[in-house]
Design a protein around this ligand. Structure first.
Ligand SMILES: [Mg+2]
Length: 374
């Protein structure tokens, strides 16, 4: 089997009501979708994470990566991944847009491989004897306490047993007092059985994170995500030493090198690779193996990405032995709805993984065209 073409498409969509969290207000969703065709007629799809400029990733895929993989056998997925990363690695490009672009190509390659042998990707990776994965509802964004409590209750009614709450408010939105009050009110409302994760998106400095974390210990928080900015490794280590709440991070990290450093600094308990950022399935499984070696759990990040990223992360979660929980987003995100059917829904805290070959869901290109950036 040979790859004959690689096509990338930039997508964008906006919502009327922006989400507010530790980074600020968020009104727009982006993604770059990759489609790979082979000489057997089998095609595969992947997605590159995009926070800004979907056309940037598109150009990297088409100008830097496509020439490397066209004419090659997709069964050499690991070799192709090394080649894509290797071409600019010696010049410092082992992070950022390049690795995000590689991720989309790698996911599409694994979709092709699954279809070629008639197996879902999570089985092809070496399944874990599960066809559904533990998940949590993500996320409850900044709003009044009453509204956040109501959202928490609604998610529990919809079949979730764990949920994530955004903290890290700026002073003008009530600051850390409001953060702590919100988490306490939600704990009160949902009872002691429900798992509550909190996520500051790096909004605190280490001293403030410790202070907030001490209050949150009383609310029996399952993990404290991104208490400080992703590049403050010493801050992470300091927060982790000071608190008995597990520390989670990794959505902003690239490949195995960033995760290696986080682990080496004893900075983290729960690793959160994003499959559309860390290098697709090939990159994500390396992170999973690293985590396994250090007895850390893996909780795949999905966030604001499009449906293909969420779907690929579901397969990765199903094939991850040391799985914590999969991030099941419940927010309004137009780019989630690009398939011919709707995305799996939670039931009693679990999501079922599609069983059909490859990623197991069909992209509706008519819907994709509606979001395409020219
Ligand atoms: Mg997060």
């Amino acid at each position: 089997m040979r790859i004959v073409s690689v096509r990338a498409t930039g997508l964008a969509a906006s919502v009327a009501r922006p989400l507010h969290f530790g980074i600020g207000a968020f009104p727009s969703f982006y993604a770059t979708v990759v489609e790979i065709s082979t000489d057997t007629g089998i095609t595969g799809v992947g997605e590159c994470i995009v926070r800004k400029g979907p056309q940037v990733t598109k150009r990297i895929v088409e100008e830097l990566l496509a020439p490397l993989v066209i004419g090659k056998d997709p069964w050499d997925a690991e070799g192709l991944w090394q080649e894509m990363l290797g071409q600019l690695r010696r010049w410092g490009h082992s992070r950022g847009f390049l690795v995000e672009a590689i991720s989309g190509v790698d996911i599409a390659i694994w979709d092709v491989l699954g279809k070629a042998v008639g197996m879902p990707v999570f089985k092809l990776l070496g399944g874990c004897g599960r066809d559904r994965v533990r998940c949590y509802a993500s996320s409850i964004y900044f709003a009044g306490v009453g509204e956040m409590v109501a959202q928490a209750r609604e998610q529990i009614e919809r079949g979730h047993t764990a949920l994530k709450v955004k903290i890290g408010r700026p002073p003008e939105q009530g600051g850390l007092r409001m953060d702590v009050a919100t988490v306490r009110a939600i704990r009160e409302a949902v009872g002691s059985e429900v798992e509550i994760m909190v996520d500051a998106n790096g909004a605190y400095d280490a001293a403030t994170a410790v202070r907030v974390g001490k209050h949150l210990e009383e609310a029996d928080v399952a993990w404290f995500e991104e208490p400080v900015p992703p590049d403050d490794l010493e801050g992470y280590a300091r927060v982790r030493r000071a608190l008995r709440v597990p520390i989670a991070c990794g959505e902003s990290e690239f490949g195995i090198f960033g995760f290696r450093d986080l682990i080496a600094r004893r900075a983290v308990d729960v690793l959160q690779p994003d499959i559309a950022r860390v290098g697709g399935f090939t990159g994500a499984r390396k992170v999973s193996a690293l985590a396994d070696a250090y007895h850390l759990s893996v909780a795949p990040h999905t966030g604001f990405s499009g449906g293909i990223c969420h779907l690929a992360a579901l397969h990765f979660a199903a094939a991850t032995p040391n799985l914590g929980a999969y991030e099941a987003m419940f927010i309004e995100n137009p780019l989630m709805d690009i398939f011919t059917e709707s995305f799996p829904r939670p039931s009693a805290g679990y999501l079922s993984v599609p069983q059909r070959p490859g990623l197991g869901m069909e992209v509706d290109w008519e819907k994709v065209r509606g979001f395409t950036v020219e």
